[in-house]
Design a protein around this ligand. Structure first.
Ligand code: PMV
Length: 324
């Protein structure tokens, strides 16, 4: 009988962004990044042996039972070649069908590559273990390192709720703060410039010089705030300012690259303005960030969830809590 294994992994949202690589082939980041793991936004991957198919006959297809996932041929090639790399590493032979699905829209700045590659790495490991070809257990650090080779940001999906990625090292700092997450989905269509392309193009921007230092300075300030056992309103506001300038920094790099590109649209700006007004009028509000996409991510303190509905009325929102 054909062996079949399954695994899933969460997405993550960066508060300090990974943008720009110090090594393209090893997916090493130019600067440290810090993320919050989004346990409810997940990719599910199934790996099944294709008995009788010839060696190298790996294929990808959507996993049934979920909204059908569409992958471009580039997307599925990237997925299959990560699997091939893992097979080679663990001496896994034979042909396999990889099936995957997300429980959220793909390729629109909801970081599906992070959850996809993390879930694939886990599933491939399960298959190698089932066939006695991988060590029975691997440190999470090592799985994260392998996953990084497929997609950099996926290494951060192995630690929860916080993850710090610096060079070769990925860890889960024990910050006490627990957040709720919501994303205002202003567009579900696919990105025109992939993140792999973005990592390279930002280096053409005149603003790229100093990027590493700016990200590092924000990281240090933010980690101080996150280490507080009792986060006061002033620290919360300072956190918001750090996240705000950090995502604009990344988007400014996109816009000033040659050739320039960008992800924000009119509706993204409308959401950002609305949230800025909330902060101005009430002295409080969410932490706000954006990925390489037009959608706006919010991170909230537990007690802010009831207010969030009024901040976001009229917009399509994916939230990780139930509305009462
Ligand atoms: O893992 P990649 O190569 O798809 O990089 C994505 C990087 C951003 O999502 C744009 C930012 C980040 O730190 O997650």
């Amino acid at each position: 009988m054909a062996l079949k294994v399954q695994a899933s992994a969460p997405s993550n949202i960066a508060l300090i962004k990974y943008m720009g690589k110090s090594s393209i082939s090893a997916n090493l980041p130019a600067n440290s990044s810090l993320s919050y793991t989004l346990e409810n936004l997940r990719t599910f991957v199934e790996v099944e042996e294709r008995l009788g198919a010839s060696e190298g006959g790996d294929i990808w297809e959507p996993l049934s039972g979920w909204p059908p996932l569409e992958l471009s041929s580039k997307g599925s090639d990237k997925f299959l070649s990560h699997f091939a790399r893992l097979k080679e590493m663990w001496g896994l032979t034979g042909a396999y069908v990889l099936r995957s699905a997300n429980n959220f829209p793909s390729d629109c700045g909801l970081a599906s590559s992070a959850s996809s590659f993390a879930a694939l790495t886990r599933a491939a490991f399960e298959m190698a273990r089932a066939k006695n070809q991988a060590p029975l257990s691997l440190p999470t650090q090592e799985l994260a390192r392998l996953s990084r080779l497929g997609s950099g940001s996926s290494c951060r999906s192995f630690f929860s709720p916080w993850c710090l990625w610096s060079g070769e090292t990925v860890s889960g700092p024990p910050f006490p703060l627990r957040l709720r997450h919501a994303v205002v989905v202003v567009e579900e269509s696919k990105k025109e410039v992939s993140s792999s392309e973005a990592h390279q193009r930002v280096q053409t921007s005149l603003l790229y010089e100093g990027r590493e230092r700016r990200a590092e300075m924000r990281l240090q300030r933010l980690m101080k705030i996150l280490s507080l056992s009792d986060l006061n309103q002033r620290a919360w506001r300072e956190g918001m300012e750090i996240l705000w300038s950090e995502f604009w920094d990344m988007h400014a790099l996109f816009e000033t690259s040659e050739p320039s590109f960008g992800y924000l649209n009119e509706r993204s700006l409308r959401v950002l303005n609305r949230l800025r007004t909330v902060w101005r009028e009430t002295g409080d509000g969410p932490w706000i960030t954006m990925d390489a996409g037009p959608n706006v991510h919010l991170l909230l303190r537990q007690e802010q969830t009831s207010k969030a509905s009024s901040w976001l009325s009229g917009f399509q929102v994916l939230r990780d809590w139930n509305e009462s």
